[in-house]
Design a binder for this molecule. Sequence first.
Ligand code: UDP
Length: 361
Amino acid sequence: MFQKPLNLLFLSTSVGPLGSGLGGGVELTLRNMAQMMQQRGHEVTVVAPAGSVLPDSSLVEVFGDLHPTAQNEGRDAWIAMPPNSVLAGMWNYASQVQDNYDLILNFAYDWLPFYLTPTLATPVAHLVSMGSLTHAMDRIITQVAEQFPHAIAVHSRAQAETFPDSDRFWVVSNGFDLQQYNFCAEPENTLGWVGRLAPEKGLEDAVVAAQVTNIPLKIWGVLQDVAYWHDICDQYPDAPVSYEGFLPTAELQQALGQCRALLMTPKWVEAFGNVAIEALACGVPVIAYQRGGPAEIVQHGKTGWLVEPDSIQGLVDAIAQLDQIDRLTCRRYAEAEYSLQAMSDRVERWFAAILNQRMMG
Ligand code: UDP
């Protein structure tokens, strides 16, 4: 597809160092993308906030203030930058070294990288990790998509549709190193919930479902909003739930594999939902609200159940039907659709479109 292997520069999210969990699914997505591109013979250098941990890739750490997360700012929020923005530092570095690279890939859901895209000589690709959140971001993303028709990719159709004029977006789904996930045939009688503990993730609904069914719920993820978590504990003091902390992938998959199902109860349009694939890879069926990325991942009645959004009764009914789901089918489905191989093919086609367009333009 390419005349020679590509030299790729990845720019990480500005909300936290890689490995901290603050970046949510982006952290694992970036790690997987670096791995898969390297396996295909390309060179990858990653630029990320200082303190990042990324085995097996060349990493450039940049000091500076982290950015706040964008999820709960409101649609009319202005663009805000901390005084010594780590993002500005990262992109300053990128502009200095850009001549050494064939393509720059942005993972940050921030205005600045989009704004800078036309000013850089090296093509910039953007892997957008969330749905539409603010008018300011919609506007700059649309402008970039108009000027550079292949520059934007998202993870799911549902995510693309939250943006105006998303016809030009590439939908690349996601891919995982499935060797890192062990199939577990015999689960314990527990349910799992994995994600940042933050309001848009809707943990409270899973807690209520655990209380109603009286099946213990284990929770893994970064405690991003402590007050939100305390509220849930106060409201449902008797629910059989336990917070198990934020685990590295190897330990997370081990523990998650023991669950009878993963509950996904987001209140927003989840762009993709990495944790759905991680669960399926362990043989764990997914019970998810029928909206956003998870609705494109879960095959109703085959690899889990899709439930009317915000319906606790729907969750409870789905839990009662878990025996109908074959755990090996879940694993096989992850292997077929969400391997690094499958994702590499999609991403290489995307990169080729960007580079061909540049050559012709
Ligand atoms: N995660 C993890 N350890 C944990 C809990 C979660 O590494 O204990 C990771 C998980 O692997 C996933 C990410 O956190 O990649 C959550 O991503 P997701 O796409 O589900 O949601 P986001 O946080 O991006 O909204």
